[in-house]
Design a protein around this ligand. Structure first.
Ligand SMILES: N[C@@H](CCC(=O)N[C@@H](CSS)C(=O)NCC(=O)O)C(=O)O
Length: 292
């Protein structure tokens, strides 16, 4: 049995009928920026979802752009934006006529500075999102089971600790009007044929191993990094071929203890910056507003 290392949803707390009253529903404002460079894109799995996979080559990070293009406002969100490619990402958002409403992170990255703070400073009205468990600052602090709506589409939040304490995976919604197959944005919890390291920021191979949930085999896996040129996998594929997660827990633990990876070059800069949305001067007022 594959250990996908993604935590079971503890509670699905909101339904689509609460769309307008949802606490993480944002006002939508226009985006702006200038063009840089994008790598790949994949057709959406329906006529509602616009989906783009964007790459930042220095840290081998994937940023994901999702939008509901069937909605009149074309509300959009960015998952795991990088500071260095913010201009590229915002330019694309503008070019496609989207309204960026959320800039969100799967976790506190150690290898690059997040673009969320920069995006907020450039696009008024955009709200940053990260997990409450990350103990970081953001406009909206989410927990397992929360749903993040953009137009009529939504992402479910699933806790996936282990790489770091507060890692979450965002999974596209389950329902007749949601994209099929479902898409899981796993951050660094689950990588293609690998998984996130567990040797800092509250990492734990035990946590990573035990935080399991099951998604249909056809679910698409979109990680925050790839170092070998892979772009997408599926649950079914990882169940068969993931060299770490197909092992028993003892073997998995042993593998993780012997990765011998050097610390990310930017860890000392990236972690403190990413605790505050990538901006050291992130307004404490905004944070208070979220937690109240
Ligand atoms: N060399 C890079 C960092 C590479 C690294 O440690 N990647 C992390 C995710 S980013 S914290 C990881 O979990 N890798 C798992 C693996 O098996 O490679 C740098 O210096 O930034």
């Amino acid at each position: 049995m594959l250990r996908l290392n993604l935590l079971r949803v503890s509670a699905v707390v909101r339904s689509p009928s609460h769309f307008s009253a949802h606490p993480i529903q944002a006002k939508q404002r226009p985006a702006m920026g200038s063009l840089s460079y994008t790598t790949s894109s994949k057709p959406s799995s329906g006529d509602k979802l616009l989906f783009r996979q964007l790459f930042e080559k220095e840290s081998s990070t994937y940023t994901y752009l999702l939008a509901d293009v069937s909605h009149p406002d074309k509300p959009a969100l960015l998952i795991d934006p990088v500071d260095k490619t913010v201009e590229r990402d915002l330019s694309l958002v503008k070019e496609l006529g989207l309204k960026l409403i959320y800039a969100m992170n799967t976790h506190v990255h150690a290898d690059h500075v997040t673009g969320t703070g920069l995006i907020k400073s450039k696009v008024p009205g955009v709200q940053s999102i990260i997990s409450k468990a990350s103990k970081s600052k953001a406009d909206l602090l989410v927990e397992a089971g929360d749903k993040i709506y953009f137009g009529d589409l939504f992402l479910e939040v699933r806790g996936t600790p282990g790489h770091t304490l507060g890692c979450v995976t965002y999974v596209t919604g389950d329902g007749p009007n949601q994209p099929q197959p479902r898409m899981a944005f796993t951050g660094d919890a689950l990588l293609i044929r690998g998984c996130g390291r567990t040797d800092f920021q509250g990492g734990s191979s035990h946590e990573l191993y035990k935080s399991i949930f099951t998604l249909p085999k056809e679910t698409l896996i979109y990680p925050a990094h790839d170092y070998k040129g892979f772009t997408v996998s599926t649950v079914g594929e990882e169940m068969l071929y993931n060299p770490r997660l197909t092992k028993d827990e003892e073997t998995f633990k042993n593998i993780m203890e012997n990765l011998n990876l050097p610390y990310p070059k930017m860890i000392d800069v990236a972690v403190p910056a990413n605790m505050v949305c990538g901006l050291q001067d992130f307004s404490a007022k905004q944070v208070e507003a979220v937690s109240n």
